[in-house]
Design a protein around this ligand. Sequence first.
Ligand SMILES: [Zn+2]
Length: 575
Amino acid sequence: MVTKIRRPELGSITLSAIVSVYLLAITNNSFWTHAAVYFDHSRLSLLSFGTALALTTFAGIMLVSAKYIMKPVLIFLIVASAAAAYFIDYFGVIIDKDMIGNAAVTTQAEASHLLTGSLVLHLFLYAVVPSLFVVWVKVRHQRVMPKTATTLAIVIPCLLISGGLIYSDFASVAYVIREHKDLMKRFNPTGPVSAAVKYATSTYQERNIVVQPLGTDARQGARVIAAGKPVVVVVVAGETARAMNFSLNGYDRETNPELKSLGVINYSDTTSCGTATAVSLPCMFSVYPRNEYSDRKARSTENLMNVLTRAGVSVSWWDNNTGSKGIADLISFASMTNQKDSPLCKNGECLDEIFLGELDKKLSATKSNSVIVLHQLGSHGPSYYLRYPEKFRRFKPDCRTPELMKCSVEEITNAYDNTILYTDHVLASVSRLLEKHQNDISGAMIYMSDHGESLGENGIYLHGAPYAIAPREQTQVPFVTWFSKPYQAAMGVDTSCLAKETDQPKSHDNLFHTVLGMMDVETKVYNRELDAFANCTWQGPPGKSNGSTFQAADTAKDLPAPIVPATVMPGAKAL
Ligand SMILES: [Zn+2]
C-alpha cells in the first residue's frame, strides 16, 4: 500500500520568511565574510547594517508574495542566487554588468569549461532542492484586500526600521559602501539581478548605434611609400597573460626563453584598459584612452582597423578566441577554430600554433603593406592545461582540471606558467616567420595581452574584477615587440634607443597610435605622444640621413609629426 505524503501547507508570510533566511544565510557567504572585514571598525555597525538588509530582503519578498507570482519569483531568486554564489564563493569573481556581458558573448567551448561536476552538484543542492521545496509546499493566500492590508502592515514597519538603522549609522555605512564598491555587488540576489538588468538596458539602448567614421584623412607617409618592400606588422592581441609571470619582467622562472634569445623589446610596466576581453579588446583598438573610454563610444566610432584601411593598408583579423567583439566587423575576418581536421584543434578550440602555417603562407604571398591581427587563446582559464601541448608541459605537476579548487596553488601556477611558456614560443615563431620572409617584406611584431589573471591571490581566481578594485595581477599586462632588420632600416626604428625606454609606463592607450606609427599612417587622429616608439623613430623619408640607416631620438624630436588630442575627431561630436 502506497502512503501518500501530504504536502505541507504554509502561509505566504512564513514561506517568505523561510526563503529570505535561506537566501541571506546560504547564498551570501562571500558577502558576509567581506562585510565582517569591511565593518571591522564596529561590530555594532555590522549588526545594524545586517539587520537592515535582512528586513529589506524580507520586505522585498513579501511584496511579490501574491498568488500565482510568488512561486515563480522565489524560484528565480533562489536559482540566480545559487548560481551567482558558486562563482562568487569559489572563484572570488564579482558579477557586475561587464561580467554578465562576458557571459552573454562567450562561446560554447568556453562555457563548457565552466560547466563542471562541481557546478552541477552545487546547483542541484542549492538551487534545485530548495526550488522543489517551494514547488511542493501548498501556500495559503488570503483574499486580495486582507492580503494587501497584511502585506503593508509587515512591509512598512520593516522598511521603516531598516531605514532607521541605516540612518542612525549613516556615516559608517556610507563609508564602507563608498570605499568597498564590491560589497553590494556580492549581495545575493540583488547584485547579479541588478547587473543583468543594467546589461539588458545598455544592450537595448545600443541597438541602433550609427558608427561614426574615423581618420577620414588617413594616408600613407613618406617612409612607408619609400620602403621598397611591403611593410607588414603583425599585432598579437594576447589573452589573459599577466606581466608578472613573464621572465622578461623579472619572474624567477624562465617562461620566456625564446623571446629572450630573439632580443625583443619588452615594456615592463604596462597597464590594461579593462579586466575582461569584452572591455579590453575594443578599448585597445579604439582611439579613446582608458579615462575617456566607454563601450558605447567604442561601438559608435570606427577603430584602428578602419583607419588603417582608409590609409590603404591591407588589414585582416585572425581569431583563435571568441571573436573580435565587433572590431573586425568591417574588415577581413577569419576564425581559426573552424579547422576541425587540424591536430592542433579539439572540441572547438585550437592551440595558438594554428596561426603559424597560415601566417607563413600569407607572408609569402603578401604584395602590399599589411597589418595582420592574431587574436590568441593565450592563457584563457580555467582550463589552463588545454592551452599548451605536451611538449610545453614543462612545469609540473600541473592542474589538469577546470575545477581550480581541486588543485593546489602550485599546480595552478604550474599550468598557467606552461601557457606563458607556450605563448613565448608562439610569439617567437611569429617573429621568426617575419625574419624568414625578410627578403620580400619588412616585418615587425607587436604583442600586448588584453588583461591579466588572478591565480588565487587573496582567494581571487580568473579575471573580470571591477577595474577600481582590480588587483595588479589582472591589470598589469605584458607588452613585447620585435622588429626585423629590413623593417628597422626602412621605417627608421632605433632599437637601441627603444631599449633605454622600456621601464617607462605604457598602457593599452598606446596601441592605437603605436600601430599607426609603425605603419607610418598620417592622420589627424594620430597622437604622437601616445606612440610608444615615436621618440626612437626617424620621422623623415629614408635615404636622407647622411648614410646612416636611421637617426636617433633627438632627430625625431626635431621633426615632430602633428600632435592632435585624441578627442578632436571629425564626426565624433554626436557621441
Ligand atoms: Zn581576455
